[in-house]
Design a protein around this ligand. Structure first.
Ligand code: COI
Length: 357
């Protein structure tokens, strides 16, 4: 087992948490995991009190964005202990992103061990309310201080955790999404498949405009033809048309390989549902809606879990989906994914990494 020295906080902030108003990603647990990459290797693994990170103004990441991150969740399991949902899948994606950003990969076991030890130490921070969880945010960035475009030679890897409620204020109620024909998030051959800060920066302008117009998020189209559906930045997107579950394929080259996306596709196939990972144009979605064949639209993501879409707005026209109600597929997905996460349903696929406390 990885030997991790622990420096405990002198003053826990746990008592100041307002558990009934957690929001998402605004409260941080007492400790953080840290490792440094120097002289060609990762080392100096440690857990220390959550706090500021020293940096110089010339920190290369501030200027050139060499940073990657992950998002996963820990849950209080029904029969005791804690479940971390599919951390090896995140470890794999973290290293895929690392390669794309020229960041040295981290051993997958160390990645998973880092959060197991951190979550075990801060387990009192895991919310008790069903639907709430401890969001885990591993991330890495270049720590060289210089001005000039080259990959950093030193890096830091950190894990912080945050007790969270639902990502959208709507919770499991359907959200309104604006289909953006003007701005793009990523293009094939770019960084769209990496979980890197740049993709989120690229979505901010469009997202802010959409918020101002009363929408929760933007649905991005592909960056070349603006015909094909890509993703929603904070989540992947799924359509149910004629009882078939359809989602854009990873081969499209500009969307993130969502862990919840994969879980939903796996569940749907195991239930005998027709599933297609294929490119789908926004015109096909609109056409299916006009013909009454579009039964459901929902987003999938670690933060968002399953987020039903009640309205798509495209070129000034509003398309109301399933009477703005959550549909049966989205509901069954939400119940099953969260049921497995909280240890209420059998973990048939071996997705949870369980920690006994
Ligand atoms: C996640 O779903 O974990 C993400 O990283 C999305 C982010 C917008 C919170």
């Amino acid at each position: 087992m990885l030997q991790v020295p622990i420096t405990k906080t002198q003053v826990s902030r746990l008592d100041s948490v307002d558990w009934n108003n957690l929001g998402f990603g605004v409260v941080f647990s007492d400790h953080m995991f840290v490792a440094d990459y120097k002289n060609g290797g990762w080392g100096d693994f440690r857990i220390i009190p959550y706090g500021p990170v020293p940096m110089e103004p010339a920190l290369c990441t501030l200027h050139y964005g060499q940073s990657i991150f992950e998002g996963l969740k820990a849950f209080r399991a029904k029969n005791g202990g804690v479940n971390i949902f599919r951390p090896y899948k995140n470890a794999e994606r973290f290293n895929r992103s690392a390669r794309m950003l020229c960041i040295p990969p981290l051993d997958e076991e160390i990645f998973v061990e880092s959060m197991k030890q951190l979550v075990a130490l801060d387990h009192e921070w895991i919310p008790r309310q069903r639907g709430h969880s401890l969001y885990i945010r591993p991330f890495a960035f270049g720590t060289d201080s210089f001005l000039g475009v080259r990959a950093s030679r030193t890096y830091v890897f950190m894990v912080i955790t945050s007790p969270v409620a639902s990502y959208y204020a709507e919770g499991l109620n359907p959200v309104r999404i604006l289909v953006d024909c003007e701005h793009v998030r990523a293009v094939r051959g770019g960084l769209g498949t990496a979980k890197t800060a740049a993709n989120y920066a690229a979505s901010l302008y469009a997202g802010t405009k959409a918020h101002e117009a009363g929408f929760s998020q933007v649905l991005f189209l592909d960056g070349v033809t603006r015909e094909f559906v890509d993703e929603v930045g904070a989540m992947n997107i799924m359509f149910v048309i004629d009882d078939e579950l359809i989602t854009p394929p990873l081969e499209q080259g500009s969307i993130l390989a969502g862990v919840t996306r994969d879980s939903v596709l796996t569940l749907a196939r195991s239930w005998g549902m027709k599933v297609a990972e294929r490119s789908i144009t926004i015109d096909e979605v609109v056409d299916a809606h006009r013909k009454g064949r579009l039964q459901e639209v929902f987003g999938t993501g670690t933060a968002a879990v399953i987020s039903p879409v009640g309205e798509l707005s495209y070129k000034g026209e509003s398309f109301i989906i399933n009477d703005r109600k959550i549909g049966p597929v989205a509901q069954r997905m939400y119940d099953t994914v969260t049921g497995i996460q909280y240890g209420e349903l059998e973990d048939t696929f071996g997705w949870n990494v369980h920690i006994e406390l």
